[in-house]
Design a protein around this ligand. Structure first.
Ligand code: FAD
Length: 393
């Protein structure tokens, strides 16, 4: 029905327009009313719309935080690539917020990482360099990171959704009493400076955009290969802010005695591969995966799998692509006998080129495919391999 307006009390503050959840209200004034409002404004007698104290508190709090921070994860002085990918995305966010992009480097003898961070887009690096930080340990890193965040108050903190990043992000968010969105697949900024954090929800059936609009900093983790790698500028430079380390070795109960590297060599890292040939339930059994391996070998790539193929024991779990597997971003992704469930798509849809081979023309994989081939994979894959071998001579 018609809204009831009490004209004796309405002062034209437009508060009702702002709070209407359906954005269904507009306030328009007649020329005569406009004139009166102008006269009142000129006389300085207009009623200022009074601000809700809670809203005012939040507004003040949010205004105290500025800057986009990326945690540069390192192991024995070598940075995880995801940190550079996050600087690439962080630059976009910092530009949208008209604020600075900073990197946070914690470790021992890690100053060389500052130079790399500048090359990937950071304008400033907060550096904490001390023996106590040589190896990642939750407590020492949490203490140092939180002290830094409390002192400089960043608006946004990004970390890789890796073992280190997931661990650190959780404790930092808890200590700073703020929100954290894990495994984001998209990040953007809205018109109120809020970070729009998109990630799959409800088993991957919907994409949810999550905001942390009443607390700061806003924290997200992002898996490797979800964001594009920015270009490296070897000439780039910036400011290094050195901070004192506020933690002593005897305060940390955990000691790193030895680092054992997985020397088996048999593990394949599909997340870094440029060419991936993946197989799903359509492969019918483990005996058919060598056919995909042959195609992958010609391309210089690796074989991946859907969860169905992994659950069936046809491929090891480290080959799984998707929400509960790895996120990949190869130059070419060839999906063979994979239907294209949303949980699979979220792990590979950002590949540069997607080629789908499926006998069902209605398979959802064709919705994301650059090239779709409807037919029997047992005929198409060998023909593909043969042709490529011929071309290579
Ligand atoms: P199917 O859906 O059975 O598809 C097989 C396809 O092969 C069909 O489209 C068929 O037309 C085609 N085919 C059959 N024979 C041939 C042939 N001769 N030639 C050509 N085409 C043929 N899945 C993942 O992959 N990764 C994940 O990380 C993941 N995480 C999940 C997390 C949760 C919480 C849940 C609930 C599910 C998850 N899944 C994941 C499972 C996902 O929902 C699907 O069940 C799975 O991806 C299906 O695998 P598929 O495409 O190999 O099998």
């Amino acid at each position: 029905g018609e809204p009831i307006i009490n004209f004796d009390r309405c002062i034209g503050c437009k508060k009702c327009v702002n709070v209407c959840p359906a954005s269904a209200l507009v306030m328009e004034f007649t020329d005569e009313e406009k004139k009166i409002l102008e006269q009142l404004a000129a006389a300085g007698t207009t009623h200022e719309p009074e601000e809700d104290p809670e809203e005012a508190r939040i507004k003040k709090l949010l205004a105290e935080y500025r800057g986009v921070w990326v945690f540069v994860e390192q192991t024995e002085g070598e940075a995880a690539k995801v940190s550079w990918e996050l600087l690439g995305k962080g630059k976009e966010l910092a530009d949208a917020l008209k604020t600075e992009l900073c990197a946070v480097v914690l470790g021992h003898e890690v100053e060389h990482l500052c130079k790399q961070a500048f090359g990937y887009g950071a304008e400033k690096v907060y550096l904490l360099d001390a023996p106590v930080l040589r190896h990642y340990r939750t407590k020492s890193y949490e203490r140092c990171f939180c002290a830094l965040a409390e002192k400089y108050r960043p608006e946004v903190i990004l970390m890789g959704a890796t073992g280190q990043g997931r661990d650190l992000a959780g404790v930092v968010a808890t200590r700073l009493k703020t929100g954290l969105t894990a495994d984001c697949t998209g990040l953007g900024i809205d018109d109120k400076r809020n970070l729009m954090q998109t990630r799959p929800a409800f088993g991957g059936n919907i994409m949810a955009t999550i905001m942390c609009d009443k607390y700061r900093p806003q924290m997200s983790t992002v898996r490797p290969h979800v964001m594009a790698m920015p270009e490296f500028d070897p000439m780039a430079n910036g400011e290094i802010v050195r901070e004192a380390v506020n933690v002593a070795e005897n305060e940390i109960p955990v000691k790193v005695l030895e680092i054992l590297k997985d020397g088996s060599g048999s593990k394949v890292d599909i997340s870094g591969a440029e060419f991936i040939v993946s197989g799903g339930r359509g492969l019918m059994g483990p005996e058919n995966f060598p056919m995909l391996q042959e195609l992958a070998d010609v391309l210089g790539g690796v074989v991946g799998a859907s969860r169905s193929a992994v659950d069936a024991g046809w491929m090891p779990p480290d080959r799984q692509v998707g929400q509960t597997g790895k996120t990949v971003r190869p130059k070419i992704y060839i999906a063979c006998g994979i239907s294209g469930a949303i949980q699979h798509l979220v792990g590979m849809q950002d590949s540069d080129v997607i080629i789908a081979i499926n006998r069902d023309p209605e398979a959802p994989i064709f919705e994301v495919a650059t090239y779709g081939i409807v037919g029997d994979l047992f005929k198409i894959v060998p023909a593909f391999t043969r042709k490529l071998k011929e071309m290579k001579g």
